[in-house]
Design a protein around this ligand. Structure first.
Ligand SMILES: [Zn+2]
Length: 664
């Protein structure tokens, strides 16, 4: 854990413009900077950086946050990893805090497994490079495949000796525990005390997480031993650090290239990935033969919406491709498919071609998925009219998953040509499929919805409540340090900060925000409002809790900026100098008037936000009471009726109250 002082130092050093410009070219526009968003495809810049607020915001895709959020998102790192990344960039030494016992408990299992995997990876690599068997068996296998030293290093390939338990003994000798050798699946302990290395006699392909941690291993038996072995490849079992459906082989080595090339190639095997890297194509990952999982697709989608599936020309490849397509479409990916020439796989093709040739081959031969699917299914159906009809439905079903109506119309045109059916018929079929799916989804959501109609009103109350809390926080962040003159109970005028005013108004009624994240803002505001030079926006945007800082950044960059109303009519110093003294005085008066108008507007807006919030709180209490009375669960009915009357009166007052505070 990184201690708070260090986090503050990092936040302070990591100026948003500086951090972002390493990845995005920015142009100044007024007080802000504009560039092309790195998180979605765009031609005109809607990606905005505000150095004054310390935040970025894309008005195209909605991404936003402070410098740490930017690095988290861009480099696909966790919060702590992003902090470390920035600390390194700004030469800040990290002082890690001792973990609490509970945190240790939570972290230690995963950490121990990562540590063991790191050890095992180094051990396997060392054997491959230095042990006589490693060199003569493992290394010669990789060399036969044409892998260079550089690519072996890049993918941290290794070899596990064909001995009973050499790796396990070495790990135990180095203090790694049996428990984690078992949990990671590196070793096998039988009940009668026999111990074995799970990957013995195999070359090793480590799996890395997006941030480069070794999360699992794949092991391949060597050709000489392949005969009679049922499993050519073996993977680490699922564990706390390895969920196969969430991971993709090669993602760590590919992530930057995927973002740079704005597309990813999906292949089947480890050696496909490595050979393509060696050939010079780095935006490639593998899911090692199984069907794609939604989590894997989302992982990719964070990097690019464009995917090309590369498959061997044989039947198995084609069917794997067809299976994955619908899920990719549902997740909004643009899918293309490339079948390699007969007898070739990405591995062999990469070994015999240059990167330019390979990329050119992909470019000219890849088919968009509809054409691919339609062609394949039509070929299967031959002249069977029933099969042909079901092929049409199948393809249209895929089309119906797409959100982009222009693309849909293009695909309908294409299908009309391929299937020799009129577009009108295909559209009517498409609409039927959509209607059916909507109905299915409706039924599904009905099943989940509560049958009690009263619950729904509570649900909407909840969102109203959360929104009204956010609305108040928006004033805290945008205007918290502005002051207004108020008259206190003794009739004296006092200058009060908006943040202070809001806090008092809420706390005098003992109100706490219902959303725990929102309540953090209030609690910390109470603690730090008196700090010297305290600025709510800076404090919360650079807050050490990433959820807090993200929400703060969001509330500061709403499309509708309240202050815009008052930012017009600004007279520059230069114009002012050129004016006559009478005109100058008038302008000064106007400015003063405007300043006062703004304060009146502000306090009224704050008051109505607070009243709105209180009204919602009171309404939900009234509803709760009414429910108790209706269900006869009330212990003391008279008391409840009294409370009901009292709350109703408050609600009435709140509804009519607005801007009752005296403002000068
Ligand atoms: Zn964007």
């Amino acid at each position: 854990m990184i201690d708070q002082v260090t986090i503050a130092k990092i936040m302070d050093a990591a100026q948003i413009k500086d951090v972002v410009s390493e990845f995005v070219s920015l142009k100044q526009r007024g007080a802000n900077y504009i560039g092309l968003c790195p998180f979605h495809n765009e031609k005109t810049g809607s990606f905005t950086v505000s150095p004054a607020k310390g935040i970025f915001k894309c008005f195209g895709c909605g991404e936003g946050g402070n410098a740490v959020h930017f690095i988290m998102k861009h480099e696909q790192l966790s919060y702590v990893e992003a902090l470390k990344y920035l600390a390194k960039k700004y030469h800040i030494e990290i002082e890690e805090r001792e973990l609490s016992e509970a945190e240790q408990q939570q972290q230690s299992d995963r950490e121990s497994m990562f540590a063991l995997n790191r050890f095992a990876q180094k051990y396997f690599s060392d054997i491959l490079k230095n042990h006589i068997d490693g060199k003569s068996i493992g290394m010669s296998y990789f060399q036969e495949r044409g892998f260079s030293e550089a690519v072996i290093e890049k993918f941290q390939l290794g070899y596990c000796l064909n001995e009973q338990d050499a790796m396990t003994r070495e790990a135990l000798k180095n203090g790694y525990k049996k428990e984690f050798l078992q949990k990671t699946g590196l070793s096998y302990f039988s009940e009668n005390g026999r111990v074995a290395d799970s990957f013995r006699g195999r070359v090793i392909f480590p799996w890395h997480s997006l941030s480069g941690k070794v999360i699992a291993f794949g092991g391949r038996v060597l050709d000489a031993r392949t005969k009679g072995v049922s499993q050519k490849y073996k993977n680490s079992p699922e564990s706390e650090i390895f969920k196969k459906g969430n991971e993709l082989y090669g993602i760590f080595q590919a992530k930057n290239a995927i973002v740079r090339e704005k597309c990813v190639y999906m292949v089947e095997g480890y050696t496909d990935v490595i050979s393509m890297h060696q050939c010079g194509i780095e935006n490639v990952v593998a899911n090692s033969g199984t069907a794609l999982d939604v989590a894997q697709i989302r992982l990719l989608h964070r990097l690019t919406p464009n995917i090309t599936l590369l498959y061997d020309g044989d039947g198995a490849g084609i069917h794997a491709a067809l299976r994955g397509i619908d899920m990719l479409l549902l997740e909004g990916m643009n899918v293309k498919v490339l079948l390699l020439p007969d007898g070739e796989d990405p591995d062999s093709f990469a070994r015999n071609h240059s990167a330019e040739e390979f990329v050119e081959f992909i470019r000219t031969n890849q088919l968009d998925f509809i054409r691919f699917k339609a062609t394949q299914l039509l070929a299967d159906a031959k002249n069977d009219p029933l099969k042909k009809a079901s092929a049409i439905t199948d393809v249209l079903n895929s089309v119906s998953l797409m959100q982009n109506t222009i693309l849909v119309s293009e695909y309908i045109k294409l299908c009309s040509d391929l299937f020799e059916k009129s577009e009108a018929i295909l559209y009517s079929e498409l609409n039927k499929l959509k209607a059916k799916r909507n109905k299915d989804e409706f039924v599904k959501s009905e099943e989940f919805a509560s049958p009690l109609p009263t619950e729904n009103t509570f649900l909407s109350l909840d969102t109203d409540l959360s929104n009204s809390e956010k609305n108040i926080l928006r004033f805290v962040l945008q205007y918290g340090n502005e002051t207004v003159l108020l008259r206190n109970n003794n009739g004296e005028e006092v200058e009060v900060r908006i943040a202070e005013y809001i806090l008092k108004e809420l706390r005098c009624d003992n109100l706490k925000f219902s959303d725990t994240l929102h309540e953090i803002f209030l609690t910390e505001l109470e603690q730090h409002l008196g700090d010297e030079g305290f600025s709510p926006s800076t404090f919360f945007v650079t807050h050490q809790n990433p959820d807090v800082s993200l929400l703060a950044a969001d509330l500061l960059t709403e499309k509708y900026q309240l202050s815009r109303i008052f930012s017009k009519n600004d007279v520059t110093e230069k114009t002012l100098n050129a004016m006559t003294s009478t005109a100058k005085r008038r302008i000064e008066e106007l400015k003063k008037q405007q300043e006062e108008d703004k304060k009146i507007w502000l306090i009224n807006a704050v008051n109505s936000a607070i009243n709105e919030y209180k009204k919602i709180v009171v309404s939900s209490k009234i509803k709760e009471l009414e429910r108790c009375l209706r269900d006869n669960t009330a212990a003391d009915v008279t008391q409840m009726m009294k409370e009901h009357a009292r709350l109703s009166e408050i609600k009435r007052k709140l509804a009519s109250a607005l801007g009752q505070v005296v403002v000068k």
